[in-house]
Structure formats: C-alpha cells, structure tokens
Write a protein that binds this ligand. Structure first.
Ligand code: CUA
Length: 387
C-alpha cells in the first residue's frame, strides 16, 4: 500500500467519523437542550429568534455568493500554459456603485427588524402586568411578588397569557438574568441608594409566555466563584393554577380558621399553628416533626423564611415549598433528601463560596451550626416534605 493510499484512507475515515458525529448532534429537539433559544415560549423569545434567523439568512446568502464568485475566479483565471495574463482593470464606476449599494440595502433589511425588536422588548408594561421583583445574590435568585405578598427563591411561577414585568436589581455585584426559552438576557445591577419612600431604580424585562412548562435559566454574567451554580427556573402555568400556587406560598389563616383548600379535621389538635398548608391532610412523620422543631429552634431561622412557621430570615433564600424546586443550592445538586443532608452538613463541598455555614465550618460571618448527623437527617426530612 502506497503512503498516498494510507493517508487517503485515513482522511476518508476521519470524514466518515465527523459526518456521523455531526448527524448525531444535529438539531435535536428542544427538550434535550433545556437552555435553547431555538424553541421560544414567549413573544419576546420568538422575536429574538426571528431577528437571529433573519440575520443568519442574509449572512449565509452573502457567504454563498462570495464563495461562488471566488470559485469562478479561481477556475476561470487560473494559470495555464501558453496563456497570458487576463485584461487588468482599475476603476469601474458601475461596479463600485453596485458593491456599495447592495451592502447598504442588505444592512437595511437587517437593521430595521433589529431596531424594531429592540423597541418592542423595551416597551412599557401594561397596567395589569404581573410585577415581580427579581433580586440577584451571590449566588442565588430572590423573587418577590409585591401585590401577592409572595417571597420565593431560585424558582418562580408565572401565569401564561398575562404580561409579566420583572424588575431586576442586585444585592451585591452585577449578575445577568437569562431564561433562554423566554428571552433576555438582561443585566442585574446593584442600584444606588434612593431617597426615603422612593423606589429603587431597576432594569426591566417584559414578556408574555404562551406555553406551560418549567424553563431553566442561568446567571449569564461572571459574578464570582460560584457564578456557574446560579441557576433559576420559571414555571409557567394556567392562570387558575397560578392563583393556587400563590395561596400555597402564603401563610395559612390564623389557627382556628380552616386552612384554605384543605378538608382538615376541624378543631382537631392536629391543626398545629405551624403545620404547612400542603401537609394538613397528612400527619408528619415523627422524623419530619423533629426536623421542623430543630429547624425552628436553631440558627437556620436567622437567614431563612418558611411560610406558616416562625422562620422569617431574609439573608438567605426563602425555603417555602423548598422541595418543589428541582435543585438544591440554585443548581448545585438535584433535589433529593440526601443532597439536602449534604448541603446542610457541608454546603461548601457542593458550592464553594456560598455563605451558608456547615456543621463544622462557618461561612459568611456565621459560625458553624454544630448539628449532628441525626439532627441533619431530621431537618432534611422536614425540608424535603415541603413540597
Ligand atoms: Cu450571578 Cu453570575
């Protein structure tokens, strides 16, 4: 076998491998790539996608024309024996006007839809838009619904078909809010102090989501060592489901009144004041009850809020219905009871830099919790029951 044949065979094999890889990875649907911009679920995302495809189509058309011209020139004017140089031209007014005008027209076809999209995505929200305050923290997301009184973190619910108005601010450094299937991204900036009673300035995102589902997003601006673990989830639901979610996130009415939506054994001693709304029909196991009491008597409540309990801290993420979120630590690990235990025991091992203290290592100026493995198991069991 000659060296040429071998290298040709090698090239053929490499080409075949590349072709197989390209086919295997090409254009799989939106479900595999949760953070794709190509399957938008909002008018905002669709608009961005259209601008992208418009620009892409024009640039590809230019590429094809230029490559075709290059090919023609290479073949037609190649060096051939006995052939003199072709006629040389310098200065051709008609050609020069053409290659100035054509790009100008193409730029217009790209610029007009782009500028329209910029204005459309910066529009003033309608009066009855659902307003949500989004606060970026190192490294998690806080969500406040001023009109509904809801506080949550790392995952937030929105109704489909209604305009959503996000007011984005940061508690520390610059973050960037990005939900690829919905739209954005938008910088999340720390804002200067404002006068008493004046609303802090904010960046805004306005969109309407048209399909239900859970959509993953990510902080898109480097913001410190755990920037890569700053995930967020938007859960888009039917309006009625959204109203039910709002109710489930709030404190149940004071003891004595029946908790909303629950056929609780009226007046029974089981209606403990701090029982979570979702659990009123299920007796918490003793491990969960033990965990609840441990949580509410430990330093946890200095930083965390849990609806229907005395925990009202706001330094860390709200833990109301914590286990309905898909991950622990804003994307550090999947939501399981085991991972909650790991997180409580040694959060730094899952997310370096977090200011959550572990059992033996303090963090963020907070001393170690000193919880035993048994206590951790109980607390994790209770938190995991908060669905
Ligand atoms: Cu927050 Cu990157």
């Amino acid at each position: 076998m000659s060296p040429t044949t071998t290298s040709r065979g090698r090239a053929a094999r490499a080409f075949a491998l590349a072709a197989v890889l390209a086919t295997a990875t090409a254009c799989v649907g939106g479900t595999e790539y949760t953070q794709t911009t190509f399957h938008p679920v909002s008018e905002y995302g669709s608009l961005l996608n259209r601008v992208f495809y418009n620009t892409f189509a024009w640039t590809m058309a230019i590429l094809v024309v230029v490559l075709a011209l290059v090919a023609v020139v290479v073949v037609r004017f190649r060096e051939r024996p006995g052939r003199s140089h072709p006629r040389q031209i310098h200065g051709n007014t008609a050609l020069e006007i053409a290659w100035t005008l054509i790009p100008a027209v193409i730029v217009t076809f790209i610029a007009v839809p782009t500028v329209q999209a910029v204005f459309s995505t910066q529009r003033t929200p309608v009066a009855d838009a659902l307003e949500i305050e989004v606060i970026g923290h190192q490294w998690w997301w806080e969500f406040r619904y001023p009109a509904q009184g809801v506080l949550t973190a790392n995952q937030f619910h929105i109704p489909i078909g209604r305009e959503i108005h996000l007011r984005l601010t940061s508690a520390d450094v610059i973050h960037s809010f990005w939900l690829p299937r919905i739209g954005g991204k938008r910088d999340v900036m720390p804002q200067p102090r404002t006068a008493e009673g004046e609303r802090p300035r904010a960046n805004h995102l306005v969109f309407v989501v048209d399909s239900t589902g859970r959509f993953r997003g990510q902080c898109a601006e480097f913001c410190g060592e755990a920037h890569g673990i700053m995930a967020l989830y938007a859960v888009a639901v039917q309006p009625a489901e959204f109203d039910a979610w709002v109710t489930s996130m709030l404190d149940a009415p004071a003891p004595g009144g029946a908790p909303p939506g629950a056929a609780a054994p009226a007046g029974s001693a089981a209606a403990a004041p701090a029982a979570p709304v979702q659990d009123t029909t299920v007796q918490p196991s003793s491990l969960e009850e033990q965990g609840r009491q441990l949580f509410l008597t430990s330093s946890c409540i200095a930083c965390h809020t849990v609806a229907n309990t005395t925990a009202r801290g706001v330094l860390g993420p709200s833990l109301t219905r914590l286990a309905s979120r898909p991950t622990v630590g804003a994307g550090a690990a999947p939501m399981t009871a085991e991972n909650l235990e790991r997180w409580i025991r040694d959060p730094q091992s899952l997310k370096a830099g977090t200011i959550m203290p572990g059992t033996t290592t303090g963090a963020g100026g907070v001393p170690p919790t000193g919880l035993t493995d048994e206590q951790i198991r109980a607390i994790a069991a209770w938190l995991y029951s908060l669905k």
